[in-house]
Design a protein around this ligand. Sequence first.
Ligand code: IMP
Ligand code: MG
Length: 186
Amino acid sequence: MKPIYAEFPGEYLEDVLLPAEKIQARVGELGAAIAAEYAGKNPLLVCILKGASPFHADLIRSIHIPLAVDFIAVASYGQSTKTTGEVKLIKDLDKSLTSRHVLIVEDIVDTGLTLNYLKHLLENRGPASVRICALLSKPARRIVEVPIDYLGFEIPDEFVVGYGLDYSERYRNLPYIGVLRLAVDS
Ligand code: IMP
Ligand code: MG
């Protein structure tokens, strides 16, 4: 199937892995599960910018209990910190986490280094709980195990774009998730 999208030179979308309808249906299920478990707890749904923003926006609208939102932006350091997974905070949360039930919302868990770091960072701020909700997981790539409390889909080891996920900041606006191929230089 040829995706309806103007691709960038040298890049093409090979396959639609998750159509928009399938994503939306799964987001609805996750929202219902989260609402059931967090009823009366006024959870704080933390969006990891930028990739998780479409997922976070749809997810909060499928959780029909009172909740609050906050946003955090991180960037991975270069090669040198690959093993520690230390991340640089570009934008911190606005609010205190003291006694809050925190649910971190992420687009994809790949090596697990980013979420492992972030989870510990937020756990050190005195919250009542910190759990993780990720839309996608690539278990084949894991370096550190992170508990994913709510998971949308497990996917194969392919580079995917769309629904927030980018390649060089492109493709975040696709309503579906597709596999990206790069033309090999000759
Ligand atoms: P981790 O620390 O290796 O788990 O990194 C997760 C981050 O890597 C995600 O938040 C994404 O920004 C990025 N990432 C990993 N796999 C993909 C992919 O297939 N497409 C787009 N971004 C990805
Ligand atoms: Mg990301």
